[in-house]
Design a protein around this ligand. Structure first.
Ligand code: DGL
Length: 274
């Protein structure tokens, strides 16, 4: 591992793979190391301090594995831990390393998608309660009004594999209705949790086709492409052997099976021990 300097991608569980998939499509030459903290997912209902501690532990682990750059492919961690890690921990751990999140790149462009200036955000309770999307979208697009809905059961539906069964239909429809009832003019729904794109077929089946459903993967990938162009020093530090490793704090076999379904090829996961 020592000669390798992969891009680290972190999520509480499987959801970050929806982001990493797009990143790998855009930047295939790099090495990647994915870490899912499945043993402690979901993060959404956890308090600020716990999400911060778990995320910091995961970032440190990725740094120890040689990652000079870590993407928090998790909205909950980006909302609750990113700023403190960037401002307080990074200068002490290693000021040359970088940790980036998914909320800022998303809020910088999301206003371009709406014509009615009414955007709905679906996220975990942690992300919704943090108000991060409302604050950041206000800064970038002051004319846009944001409506939010926490979907407290959706992460579990994905982690358990139930997202592919009829069991998921009712909870998905309930959350969508709770969002859409807030404003008739919503023309754009952002999936503000990286697990939610796995529910896309069910979401699309319930929502009027005129409403756009936006996943973050491509947005985050575009933003990383631009970041690495602007930061050649970082781009040069990253190793480029097209190798991808998957680690989980949970059951490796379960992770491999679940991840392989939407990764499109076999995923062999290794055990992460903190
Ligand atoms: N994928 C994480 C996110 O984007 C979900 C988290 C969780 O509740 O574990 O927020």
């Amino acid at each position: 591992m020592s000669s390798r300097s992969p891009i680290g991608v972190f999520d509480s569980g499987l959801g970050g793979l929806t982001v990493m998939k797009e990143i790998v499509k855009h930047l295939p030459e790099y090495d990647y190391l994915y870490l899912g903290d499945n043993a402690r997912a979901p993060y959404g209902p956890r308090d600020f301090e716990t999400v911060y501690q778990f995320t910091l532990q995961s970032v440190k682990w990725l740094f120890e594995k040689g990652c000079p750059l870590v993407i928090l492919a998790c909205n909950t961690a980006s909302a609750k831990a990113l700023r403190t890690i960037q401002q307080k921990d990074l200068p002490l751990l290693d000021p040359t390393k970088r940790v980036l999140g998914v909320i800022r790149p998303t809020t910088e462009v999301i206003g371009d998608y709406t014509e009615t200036n009414h955007i709905g955000i679906l996220g975990t309770k942690g992300t919704v309660d943090s108000g991060s999307y409302i604050i950041e979208i206000q800064k970038a697009f002051p004319d846009v009004t944001v409506y939010q809905q926490a979907c407290s059961t959706w992460v579990d539906l994905v982690e358990s594999g139930d997202y592919q069964t009829p069991k998921a239909i009712e909870p998905v429809n309930e959350c969508l209705d709770a969002l859409l009832v807030q404003c008739e003019g919503i023309d754009t729904i952002l999936l503000g949790c990286t697990h939610y794109p796995l529910l896309l077929p069910l979401i699309k089946a319930h929502v009027h086709p005129a409403i756009q459903i936006i996943s973050q993967g491509e947005i985050v990938a575009d933003s990383l492409v631009s970041y690495l162009k602007r930061h050649q020093d970082m781009s040069q530090r990253l190793s480029k052997n097209r190798q991808i490793q998957f680690f989980t704090t949970g059951d490796t076999k379960k992770f491999g099976q679940a991840a392989g379904i939407f990764w499109g090829e076999e995923v062999v996961a290794e055990q992460a021990i903190f």
